[in-house]
Design a protein. Structure first.
Length: 448
């Protein structure tokens, strides 16, 4: 991580005319991969970058080295998680890119813009430089094969544009922007974004919880579950995700209205049911390519019973090379018998078997009944183990707590399939009204 941080700091001032101390940091960065197959190319690239003469191939090599270093951290952390949880180890190899070529001219244009960013550095960005990405993004978005890179570039450019000019910035998100830059640069390599389905899944799906990601213009729900194959083979952890664009006026429980029509699994989660799958496409990473045609609702299943019985034996899947990053770690875990307290900074801490884990309360969505207060009063928790800023944290997906002397389960995704809860119903109605107004206004514009 020290080597990665040194390279990231070099990107702050730019690699067109790097200072002497930044040149020394680049040398240390090259030394970190000296024992790998990247050694020769990275040594050449850092030398050129230190001299202010790096070309596009050199920047690609630097991005690859940075990704490889973070990948090694990811692997060490996931190994530690597997040792603690006792789960079967991941497969050795992840999804490999096919090497296919789609619209090479657009990929080259995107790469050229990203290299210009690296030369100018975050302190050197201005509106002219950032806006140069707009034509490339507009040309990429209609092509589904390029949409992953286009979306990344679009969001990255929006963040940079909101921060222009870079010379006036008091604080720079150094690691985040370096993450986005290196990932985008590697996705410009032909075939790097390929992630075709590699098999099918037939059996029973036991949902554990829903992780909701909200952005001003988009929303995504990712269901974490245990899959029990019909052929009796080993159970494994899988994920199923659904995304949708959204207006910024639709928030809270109203988000589920945008997602439900695209995935019947959300209704099953809200009702506490399993799903029976038949030939559902699945990637080697354990991501279900969801299709309602391959699924039907199953019997009622308690998520906490599944977490106690099925989760400990569920194996993990391989991780694709470009996805090996500490920020991507989200390992489902079941915790109970812990003590809760609040530290001096106001953060909620779970003490499990003598180890302290901070609760990532910022990740608890407002689109459900789960609250930090419910977590603080809980006795058992289904969550995602994450790694952030050098430490492991827990993101709660569901907790068991006591309400009026009765044990009650509170799920972050309890309103996914609909709700009779007063607060949830009120929020859904408000979202419905907002969506109706937007449709009416859109209809007026189209009629004009």
């Amino acid at each position: 991580m020290a080597a990665v941080d040194a390279f990231d700091e070099a990107l702050v001032c730019g690699l067109l005319r790097p200072r002497s101390d930044r040149a020394a940091a680049l040398t240390a960065f090259a030394d970190a991969v000296a024992g790998s197959p990247l050694a020769a190319r990275v040594a050449e690239a850092t030398g050129k970058a230190a001299a202010g003469a790096a070309g596009e191939d050199h920047f690609v090599a630097l991005a690859a080295a940075r990704t490889a270093l973070l990948g090694s951290v990811h692997d060490a952390l996931t190994t530690r998680i597997e040792e603690v949880t006792g789960r079967p180890r991941s497969a050795a190899d992840g999804v490999q890119p096919s090497g296919g070529a789609q619209a090479p001219n657009l990929l080259l244009a995107a790469r050229s813009w990203l290299c210009d960013l690296a030369r100018s550095g975050w302190q050197g960005i201005d509106h002219d430089l950032v806006s140069a990405s707009a034509p490339v993004v507009s040309a990429m978005l209609p092509d589904p094969a390029l949409r992953r890179l286009a979306t990344l570039l679009d969001g990255f450019a929006a963040e940079l544009a909101a921060s222009c000019p870079g010379a006036t910035l008091d604080r720079i998100p150094v690691r985040r922007w370096a993450d986005l830059w290196s990932r985008a640069l590697l996705l410009t390599l032909p075939g790097a974004a390929d992630a075709a389905a590699t098999g099918t899944a037939t059996g029973r799906l036991l949902p554990l919880g829903v992780d909701l990601h909200e952005h001003a213009t988009a929303v995504q729900a990712q269901v974490h579950a245990v899959f029990e194959p019909a052929d009796g083979s080993a159970t494994r952890l899988v994920r199923a995700g659904v995304s949708a664009p959204k207006p910024d006026t639709v928030v809270g429980a109203g988000l589920w209205q945008l997602l439900r029509p695209h995935m019947s699994l959300l209704a099953a989660v809200g009702e506490g049911r399993s799903m029976d799958l038949a030939d559902m496409p699945v990637t080697a990473e354990g991501d279900l390519i969801w299709s309602d045609a391959h699924a039907r609702p199953g019997e009622a299943v308690d998520a906490f019973a599944a977490a106690r019985v099925a989760l400990p034996a569920a194996g993990t899947s391989a991780t694709a090379p470009l996805d090996r990053h500490p920020a991507r770690i989200a390992a489902p875990v079941f915790l109970e018998g812990y003590a809760t307290r609040t530290d001096d900074g106001g953060a909620l801490i779970l003490t499990v078997a003598g180890a302290d884990f901070a609760v990532d309360a910022d990740r608890i969505p407002t689109a459900g009944p789960l609250t930090p207060e419910a977590v603080a009063a809980s006795s058992a928790c289904i969550g995602l183990l994450r790694w952030d800023a050098g430490t492991f944290t827990v993101q709660p997906l569901a907790v068991e707590t006591t309400v009026r002397r009765k044990a009650v389960a509170v799920h972050a995704g309890a309103w996914a399939g609909g709700t009779a809860d007063k607060a949830g119903a009120k929020a859904e109605k408000a979202a419905t009204d907002a969506a109706a107004v937007l449709r009416e206004r859109a209809g007026r514009l189209l009629r004009k």
